[in-house]
Ligand binder design. Structure first.
Ligand code: OAD
Length: 257
């Protein structure tokens, strides 16, 4: 690790050590080292290989429910097989430290996987829903996925209204769950440090959260191997992967105590 990165890590750790209200915002990059593909990376990004309007929109679901169902069942399997990586584990440890210090830390994720929860984070807001949850596309009633649904060619039907079952994730053209987004806005407005990890910062309204935090005087730290929209406004940019940078950040934080 170069001396300059070590210096930036120390700076970031010092800001975290003095923060009273820490919030984390994560995107697909945090799960990349667990083997879950991001959306926009040039080689392996899901949206560079697949058409999001076919697989993640109401129109696509109406046109070919079977294609959408099979795709989500494969992704669900991939998520279930994946394990939290050192980046997830470092954020869970950070939550423990923050709770000991000030009683709170919220984590807002755009990811539909459950790796933050499995790593040990307790207060996770899923802005874009969860691939482990299923509901009726019409009446929104929750549906408990059965073993044979996973092998089925088509989505199951809702026993209440006869609508089709879909993953409880936000598709293109759909609104975020208002209560979840309102809570995310509130914790970001109230935080004094926002740690942003592994997001391209191009999908709104999630992408506005770093601007809200900074507008309210919070320090914004960006962890990402590449510079991006958030890196441009961040007070501190840590260039590297989450699985490498976050454990080192935690080590630096622990050595400041
Ligand atoms: P993207 O695929 O747009 O961006 C992933 C970001 O992670 C990029 O900035 C990468 O440089 C960075 N990255 C890659 N590997 C990393 C690693 N190991 N450690 C840290 N960072 C890494 O994913 P998101 O920004 O999360 O929405 O995308 C936002 C939303 O767009 C998703 O939630 C999804 C998608 O359409 C819905 O499905 C509604």
């Amino acid at each position: 690790m170069s001396p300059s990165i070590q210096h930036v890590l120390q700076q970031a750790a010092a800001r975290i050590a003095t923060a009273e209200r820490i919030v984390c915002l994560t995107g697909a990059g945090i799960s990349a080292e667990s083997g879950i593909a991001t959306f926009r990376s040039a080689q392996s990004g899901l949206w560079t290989k697949y058409d999001p309007m076919q697989l993640a929109s109401q129109e696509g679901f109406a046109r070919n429910p079977s294609l959408v169902w099979r795709w989500y069942m494969q992704r669900l399997h991939q998520v279930e097989e994946a394990r939290p990586n050192p980046g997830h584990l470092a954020l869970a440890r950070l939550e423990t430290l923050a709770i000991q210090k000030s009683g709170q830390m919220s984590l807002i994720t755009q990811n539909v996987d459950d790796l933050h929860e499995r790593a040990g984070n307790h207060h996770v807001l899923h802005l874009h829903g969860q691939i482990t949850h299923y509901r009726c596309n019409d009446c929104r009633r929750y549906y408990l996925l059965r073993l044979d649904d996973r092998q089925a060619e088509d989505p199951p039907w809702c026993a209440t209204c006869g609508g089709q079952i879909r993953p409880d994730v936000v598709w293109f053209g759909e609104m975020l769950l208002e209560a979840v987004y309102r809570q995310a806005q509130q914790v970001v407005q109230e935080c004094d440090l926002l740690l942003v990890v592994g997001t391209s910062g191009v999908v709104y309204p999630a992408a506005e959260l770093p601007y809200i935090a900074q507008g309210n005087g919070a320090c914004v730290i960006d962890v990402n191997p590449q510079d991006n929209a958030i890196g441009q406004i961040a007070d501190i940019a840590l260039r590297g992967t989450a699985g490498v940078i976050l454990p080192k950040l935690l080590d630096n934080l622990l050595s400041t105590r």
